[in-house]
Ligand binder design. Structure first.
Ligand code: ZN
Length: 152
C-alpha cells in the first residue's frame, strides 16, 4: 500500500473519506478565513475558561502549540456549548464540570511549559521511541504477543 493510500489513524481502510460530513469540531477542511475565525472564537472561550475556572484550570501560554491539549480543550468547548442547549440536562452539565476538573488536573503538568524547541538529543530519543513502537506494532500485526500470552 502506497504511503498516500494509507488511511488516517482511526479510519478503517476503504471507509469513505469524502462522503461523511465532518463533525463541527473537525476543522481540517476549513478554508483559511473560517479556520482563523474558529481559532479566534476557540481562544476566546479558552480565555474565559481559564478565568472562570481559575485556579482549577491553569494552562501554559503555549497551549495552542500542544495539539493534544488543544484538541481536548476544543472538545470541552463543543461539549460546553451543547450543555447550554435545550437537549442537555443539569446532570449533563454536572458531568461536564466533573470531567473538566479531572482533565484540568492533568493539564497542570503542562502549566509550566516554557516551550523550548526540542534539543537535538531529545529529537533523537523521540525518533528512537517511534522506531521501537513501530517495531512493536509490526510484532503485534504478526500476532507475536498473542502467541506469547498463549504459552502460559
Ligand atoms: Zn508548551
Amino acid at each position: 500500500m502506497a504511503e498516500s493510500e494509507k488511511p488516517a489513524p482511526g479510519r478503517e481502510p476503504g471507509q469513505p473519506v469524502q462522503k461523511q460530513k465532518p463533525r463541527p469540531w473537525v476543522w481540517d477542511r476549513h478554508g483559511d478565513e473560517l479556520y482563523r475565525k474558529s481559532w479566534a472564537r476557540f481562544a476566546e472561550w479558552v480565555a474565559w475558561l481559564e478565568s472562570a475556572y481559575a485556579p482549577w484550570v491553569l494552562l501554559p501560554p503555549c497551549w495552542p502549540a500542544h495539539t493534544g491539549l488543544a484538541a481536548e480543550l476544543k472538545l470541552f468547548w463543543y461539549w460546553h456549548r451543547w450543555t447550554q442547549t435545550g437537549q442537555a440536562s443539569p446532570a449533563d452539565a454536572v458531568r461536564w464540570h466533573s470531567e473538566l476538573r479531572h482533565a484540568a488536573s492533568a493539564w497542570r503538568e503542562l502549566a509550566t511549559c516554557s516551550h523550548e524547541p526540542p534539543v537535538r538529543h531529545r529529537q533523537a530519543i523521540a525518533r528512537d521511541r517511534r522506531r521501537r513502537t513501530e517495531d512493536f506494532v509490526d510484532r503485534a500485526m504478526r500476532r507475536e504477543f498473542e502467541a506469547e500470552a498463549g504459552e502460559d
